[in-house]
Design a protein around this ligand. Structure first.
Ligand code: NAI
Length: 328
């Protein structure tokens, strides 16, 4: 029998945590034959609710679930972690400046990065979901110098999935026949969903759509502002779809992309496509055997260049701000 994989989830008592934990325990994160042990990290006020969720997890009698530990100590939570899902973050509250937000999140992601550095398993894979996800990932990574930098990733898979779904709705072609879509840049309103290399039922997506105005004025803003539209409609932020994207991100990273397709992940830049080295920015990536590679050699047209540059500029500003705060 296989040794269980240790999966640490922070913010376990939050709404994404509630949508995420049952899917991990059921085998959807890593595979139907991989036993898991869950480690839930919460702040002291969240521990009781996390215990309630753990009771429900027990009551599912998941065959793959080999144990649940609940703690408010990052050193315990990340001990032996093979997969770390950093979901808990400090939300922006009224009157909070960007610097305050980055500083508050630095207080969370810096110690968590250090705990990962000191206690996680050698093969640890980290996904940051908590916003601002790309820069929080950068903070955690900087605090973990002994962990290979490429193990720190940020989630843009929800944006990727939103874009797939918008294209499917527009063209009437099922999501399963849309490939090679890319989200570039930051997980923020400046992100750029790029269809110029995408294929819809085997044909170039931009040609199938054949409507530049729709791309610029409807598609891109709809994808970028979808989070706000969900809050407006649901009265709460996206949780099940965010949890689903986290499952997809890790599942693809571990199990690979389909032949001929790619996905979008926020990963440390190696300077590809003019994205400053070290920034955690979203790229088109292929995954195989638990590693990922940036898809190389794509032509970037004028329309795309402007938008990628704008999002990368925002990431550079965030990096400067956290540098100024001594967080990296
Ligand atoms: P929530 O507020 O329902 O839950 C957050 C949980 O994190 C709370 O239970 C809180 O007690 C916990 N927490 C706070 N600080 C912590 C710490 N230092 N250690 C451990 N736990 C801590 O929020 P929700 O809806 O679950 O969202 C979580 C994060 O995910 C937010 O930052 C949100 O903006 C982000 N998000 C990111 C998306 C993406 O596409 N990258 C999509 C949707 C949400």
């Amino acid at each position: 029998t296989r040794t269980p994989v240790n999966v640490t989830v922070t913010g376990a008592a939050g709404q994404i945590g509630y949508a995420l934990l049952f899917r991990i325990a059921s085998g959807q994160l890593l595979g139907a034959d991989v036993p898991v042990r869950l480690r839930l990290l919460e702040i002291p006020q969240g521990l009781k609710a996390a215990e309630g969720t753990a009771m429900e997890l027990d009551d599912c009698a998941f065959p793959l679930l080999r144990g649940i530990d609940i703690t408010d100590d990052p050193n315990t939570a990340f001990d032996g972690a093979n997969v770390a899902l950093l979901v808990g973050a400090r939300p922006r509250t009224k009157g909070m400046e960007r610097g305050d937000l980055l500083e508050a999140n630095g207080g969370i992601f810096k110690p968590q990065g250090k705990a990962i550095n000191d206690h996680a398993a050698d093969d640890v894979k980290v996904l940051v979901v908590g916003n601002p996800a790309n820069t929080n990932a950068l903070i955690a990574q900087a605090a973990a110098p002994d962990v290979p930098a490429e193990r720190f990733t940020a989630m843009t898979r929800l944006d990727h999935n939103r874009a797939l779904s918008q294209l499917a709705a527009r063209t009437g072609v099922p999501v399963s026949e849309i490939r090679r879509l890319t989200i570039w840049g930051n997980h923020s309103a400046t992100q750029y969903p790029d269809v110029f290399h995408a294929e819809i039922a085997g044909k170039n997506a931009a040609e199938v759509i054949d409507d530049q105005a729709w791309l610029a004025d409807t598609f891109i803003p709809t994808v970028a502002k979808r989070g706000a539209a969900i809050i407006e409609a649901r009265g709460a932020s996206s949780a099940a779809s965010a949890a689903n994207a986290a499952i997809d991100h890790v599942h693809t990273w571990v199990n690979g992309t389909a032949e001929g397709d790619w996905t979008s992940m926020g990963i440390p830049s190696d300077g590809s496509y003019g994205v400053a080295e070290g920034l955690i920015s979203s790229f088109p990536v292929t995954c195989k055997d638990g590693t990922y590679e940036i898809v190389q050699g794509l032509d970037v047209n004028e329309f795309s260049r402007t938008r990628i540059d704008a999002s990368v500029k925002e990431l550079e500003e965030e990096r400067e701000a956290v540098r100024g705060l001594g967080l990296i």
